[in-house]
Design a protein around this ligand. Structure first.
Ligand SMILES: [Zn+2]
Ligand SMILES: [Zn+2]
Length: 744
């Protein structure tokens, strides 16, 4: 009698991982002719120090899909880079009093170790850090390229400033109007800031979103974020006044434009200056602009409203006061809108604050006003999405490749002089701006006139680095220095077949879609005709515990390392995938781990038992004929099960696929019970059919619990190489016939 091994995930997982690594199973291949190229893009983690359960969820989903596509014979690229610049790393470095570069390197190493331990099939040779010089050199190239096309511009913006620390603060560093570090009051200042112009591509993003929705590869969650960020409003627009006293005003209330009683102008409207006559109004507007309304333009009652004192002839001939307020931006973008308090609640809130506007309050239960469409109104659309700031006054970020010259103004650094290198030994303290205090960084000659000039000491927000963070994995590391945006492989891998990311990535994705279109028009991405970086997209919700967001403070943080050392990677992966569909918040509990562990142990023992007893069984033609119909039913169960599982995995509905796998296992056990009930025991033909069914089941389990599944397949006689083990079953081969199989 053969001894059957116990299920020891630590041993099995270490051994499988060693095989994968030695064979280089997950290196992105050079696609063969006719082979489909599939780039599965996971989210780019911040170098935060540790994987959390959200990462485990994200990468388990993406990994299952990547393994499935490999198994179907596709060329798969599954790679990512770290989002390594930015405030979290800078704050950690301040706390630990070490250069952020060191902290980032430590975190990255630790997180990569955790990923390997979980068995994620990334092409680890392609991993990169956005804070690497070879990487941010291309962020700078992108900046200069977009600047040349006027897609980046410089304008004043409001930022929080701490007088004590002599530094600008990010909004999360301001608590109740006080500095996080010294607890003194902060104030708002206006300073020149760099902006990314996204407005030229909003309409195309809008059109494409609906096309992508029809294509079926974007899930509802990801589409909802794209629509929300876009903030499309449909209605009518109407020309008021004429010449330089003219305005085109929008309203979503088609039927009631004739009832307008004022015009609301965005402070960012291109013509806003023309409407500010008196000095007092100008001062009021300045006050409003430095009032930090960017942070709080939510509630109409608290947002400032400035009456310009000017009026314009309205659609029904009456004079409409022209009023400036960022309320417009929060609803329709930087435009002009008709204020119609008679039917619009937000407009009513504004009207209540205006002396020049009268309107009658509607009583309870009173019917609304009669429709009053305006002559000359035409169909129009507005978008709330707007240009945004991409520069920060922080030292841990991509240096902005611009020299500020008193004679020439801002001058971009010539491409040949890139990268502008960030000093690696900078140790931020939270005080001042460390970059500005480094003469070796700041003092330069102007590239244009040769005179003495200063470098821009703002750095790029990591949101800017993220605009193209999906690109580098598609370029072999050795070619990135020369060909990051021109490498022929880009045409093979882009657009990415599927992005898998958390539901909070909507903003990143929206802006990545904008920049892809810009790069298409500029040239490098001319082969992406629709300018869409992701053919498909799956967003998943977060992982919580005890019904609440995990936090150290609440003491409910689930540590993936502990789970893996206790239960093994396969159990943790299976549990995370099984516990909830991607569109649902996953409320973590031990039940899922217990279920997954029980299933895997059960399958392990059952399969080993059946394999062990097979050798003792003789072929018996009479018994085989008697149970042929049962084997045929088993085959049908397998066919149905496989069809369902395949469909689920194609849609990345891994929770359903796993449920179907567990059901198929029940069917296989049920088959045995029925045969035993009829004949007292399994015949050789039955046992062979059952083993074939278990092998099929094992193959479908490879994407989810790869270590155990591969180990079982090897035990069942499948060759130990990636191609044989990963192959996704396309047809069901269960021996049904009662004929004795030819001796092999
Ligand atoms: Zn301070
Ligand atoms: Zn100059």
């Amino acid at each position: 009698m053969s001894t059957k091994p116990n299920y020891d995930p630590q041993v099995i997982e270490a051994s499988r991982q060693q095989s994968w690594e030695q064979r280089g199973d997950f290196a992105a291949p050079k696609p063969a002719d006719g082979q489909q190229r599939v780039y599965v893009k996971p989210s780019s983690p911040f170098t935060s120090g540790n994987l959390h359960m959200g990462h485990v969820r994200d990468y388990s989903l993406g990994d299952a899909y990547a393994r499935f596509r490999r198994g179907r014979g596709d060329a798969v690229l599954f790679g990512f880079g770290f989002d390594a610049f930015g405030l979290p790393a800078e704050l950690a470095a301040i706390e630990r009093q070490e250069p952020p570069a060191e902290w980032v390197a430590e975190c990255g190493e630790r997180m990569l170790g955790q990923m390997r331990r979980l068995g994620f099939s990334f092409d680890y040779d392609r991993v990169f850090y956005s804070s690497d010089e070879s990487q941010y050199r291309w962020s700078q190239w992108l900046f200069v390229t977009l600047l040349e096309r006027d897609l980046i511009y410089r304008a004043d913006a409001t930022v929080d400033w701490c007088d004590t620390c002599q530094t600008t603060l990010a909004s999360i560093q301001v608590e109740d109007g006080r500095c996080w570090r010294c607890h003194n009051e902060v104030r708002l200042i206006r300073r020149p800031t760099w902006f990314l112009r996204i407005t030229p591509y909003l309409e195309e993003n809008d059109r494409n979103t609906e096309r992508l929705a029809a294509g079926g590869k974007w899930d509802d969650l990801s589409l909802a974020t794209q629509r929300y960020i876009l903030g499309r409003a449909d209605g009518v627009e109407i020309d008021l006044g004429s010449g330089d006293r003219g305005l085109t005003a929008f309203t979503p209330h088609r039927e009631f434009a004739g009832l307008a009683s004022f015009v609301l102008l965005s402070p960012r409207h291109p013509d806003v200056e023309a409407w500010i006559g008196e000095d007092s109004v100008r001062q009021e507007l300045e006050r409003m602009r430095s009032g930090g309304w960017d942070r709080s333009a939510r509630d109409a009652r608290s947002v400032p409203v400035v009456d310009t004192g000017a009026s314009i002839a309205g659609p029904n001939g009456s004079e409409l006061p022209v009023v400036v307020s960022p309320i417009v931006d929060a609803r329709f973008g930087p435009t002009a809108a008709l204020g119609i308090p008679a039917i619009d609640e937000a407009d009513r809130d504004v009207a209540e604050r205006l002396e020049r506007v009268e309107f009658s309050e509607r009583g309870e239960g009173e019917a609304g006003p009669e429709p009053a469409p305006a002559d000359g109104a035409r169909e129009a659309t507005r978008y709330r999405a707007n240009d945004f700031s991409i520069s920060r006054q922080r030292s841990w970020g991509t240096p902005i490749p611009v020299v500020l010259c008193e004679a020439c103004g801002p001058v971009p650094v010539p491409e040949a002089d890139l990268p502008v290198v960030l000093p690696r030994d900078i140790k931020p303290t939270g005080e001042g701006n460390p970059l500005a205090e480094r003469p070796d960084f700041v003092d330069v000659d102007c590239p244009k006139c040769g005179g003495a000039a200063k470098r821009e000491t703002d750095t790029l927000d990591c949101h800017f680095d993220a605009l193209w963070l999906w690109v580098p994995a598609a370029v072999p590391p050795e070619d990135r220095d020369e060909q990051m945006f021109t490498h022929p492989d880009l045409r093979e891998w882009l657009p990415s077949e599927r992005l898998v990311a958390g539901n909070d990535s909507g903003g990143f994705v929206f802006d990545q879609r904008v920049v892809t279109k810009a790069l298409r028009d500029i040239g490098p991405f001319d082969f992406i005709a629709d300018g869409e970086p992701f053919a498909g997209c799956l967003f998943h919700e977060m992982v919580i515990a005890d019904g609440r967001k995990m936090s150290k403070h609440l003491g409910n943080v689930v540590n993936p390392d502990e789970l893996v050392s206790q239960h093994g990677a396969d159990t943790v992966r299976l549990a995370v995938l099984y516990a909830a569909g991607p569109a649902k918040t996953l409320n973590w509990n031990d039940g899922a781990v217990r279920f997954a562990g029980r299933f895997l142990r059960g399958l392990w023992t059952y399969t080993h038992d059946r394999l062990a007893q097979l050798e003792d069984l003789e072929h018996d033609p009479e018994a085989a004929a008697d149970t042929e119909h049962m084997r045929d039913r088993l085959r049908k169960w397998c066919e149905n099960g496989l069809a369902r599982i395949t469909e689920d995995v194609e849609q990345l509905q891994m929770h359903k696929a796993i449920r179907d796998i567990t059901r198929l296992f029940e069917r296989i056990q049920d088959f045995e019970k029925r045969v035993v009930k009829r004949r007292g025991q399994l015949g050789r033909a039955d046992a062979e059919a059952q083993i074939a069914a278990l092998v099929l089941l094992g193959r479908t389990l490879v994407p989810f619990a790869p270590h155990l599944a591969e180990e079982l397949l090897v035990t069942a006689g499948i060759e130990d190489n990636a191609e044989a083990l990963e192959a996704w079953p396309e047809v069901v081969e269960i021996p049904v016939s009662a004929e004795a199989p030819a001796a092999s």
